[in-house]
Ligand binder design. Structure first.
Ligand code: C2E
Ligand code: MG
Ligand code: MG
Ligand code: MG
Length: 278
């Protein structure tokens, strides 16, 4: 009995080292060295409309490190935020994804949108809106083609500090999206005062939409909020056809998830786009 307990304690200690402070220090050190030589890559996950037509894509950062192996973005983004690297990482992501997107064929008959995740720390950086507009000009992407995604939790925690910047971005034509919607604590009155164009229904609700009445109620409420406030709605993490059917019946018109496509390289995106034009 006692030996068993000790073994558990040893395991706990080990996992502390691997996932705790030391790992974060290691990630920070490797991340500092990964930006300059372009070792972070971008993957793109398509967004489709109710007919399955590609309407846009979300840029997702990928990092395969020589020492650490694959480090998931939620982990290195959080380290970047805590260590003063987030603005540099955010610039990197914007530069690389806008450069990729700028090469894609777009036309008024075949419009596309690029969604990029940004951290509140980027928005709070002096001159953020001007930096983004300058990058759009440089990569020849129209402001209306770019959507910036901000997670609901962060949005709410800093809304007064970032509100003027959000308006500046919005006035310039950039779309703003609230990511992981439903997991935070937005008050409806606050939501109404924010310049938001789109809500992304969090995957956790989509996951259970066909089994769980509560998840269904939640999605129904989110659809109503979006439509009553003139916002678009994107369902994320869609993995099954049955989920798409239910979401369409509920009034959702934009989808993202493994059912349609996993995040892929920009070259694979180009192939998909050419295939769908032919
Ligand atoms: P997110 O913005 O909510 O992105 C969606 C995440 O769900 C992605 O995970 C995507 O791969 C995953 N996903 C999409 N569809 C499905 C599905 O059908 N099933 C399952 N199981 N997963 C699905 P990923 O790429 O690991 O990113 C996790 C989070 O890390 C993102 O959540 C975002 O908050 C953050 N992130 C990723 N790239 C960046 C970035 O460049 N900058 C910032 N600031 N954050 C980023
Ligand atoms: Mg996102
Ligand atoms: Mg999300
Ligand atoms: Mg997320």
């Amino acid at each position: 009995h006692r030996a068993k307990k000790n073994r558990n304690e040893v395991c706990l200690f080990r996992s502390d080292i691997e996932t705790g402070y030391l790992r974060r220090v290691h990630i920070e050190q490797r991340l500092r060295g990964a930006l300059e030589p372009n070792l972070i890559t971008m993957a793109y996950q398509t967004q489709v409309d109710a007919n399955g037509r590609v309407i846009g894509m979300e840029a997702l950062a990928r990092w395969q490190d020589e020492e650490l192996g694959y480090v998931p973005p939620y982990e290195f983004v959080s380290v970047a935020e805590a260590s003063g690297l987030m603005v540099q990482l955010g610039d990197y992501v914007l530069d690389h994804s806008l450069a990729d997107f700028g090469q894609l064929p777009r036309s008024p008959e075949f419009p596309l949108e690029l969604s990029v995740n940004i951290s509140v720390l980027q928005i709070m950086q002096r001159g953020f809106a001007e930096t983004v507009l300058e990058k759009l000009r440089h990569y020849r992407v129209a402001p209306g083609e770019l959507t910036l995604e901000i997670t609901e939790t962060l949005f709410m925690s800093r809304h007064s500090a970032i509100l003027p910047v959000l308006h500046r971005l919005r006035d310039a034509g950039i779309r703003l999206s609230m990511d992981d919607f439903g997991t935070g604590y937005s008050s409806l009155s606050l939501l109404r005062s924010l310049p938001i164009d789109e809500l992304k229904v969090d995957k956790t609700f989509v996951d259970h939409i066909n089994e769980d009445q509560q998840a269904r109620n939640m999605v129904e409420s989110i659809v109503a909020i979006a439509h009553n406030h003139g916002m678009e709605l994107v369902a994320e993490g869609v993995e099954q056809k049955e989920q798409v059917k239910t979401l369409i019946a509920m009034g959702c018109r934009r989808f993202q998830g493994f059912y349609f496509s996993r995040p892929v390289s920009i070259d694979q995106i180009k192939e998909t786009l050419f295939a769908s034009v032919e």
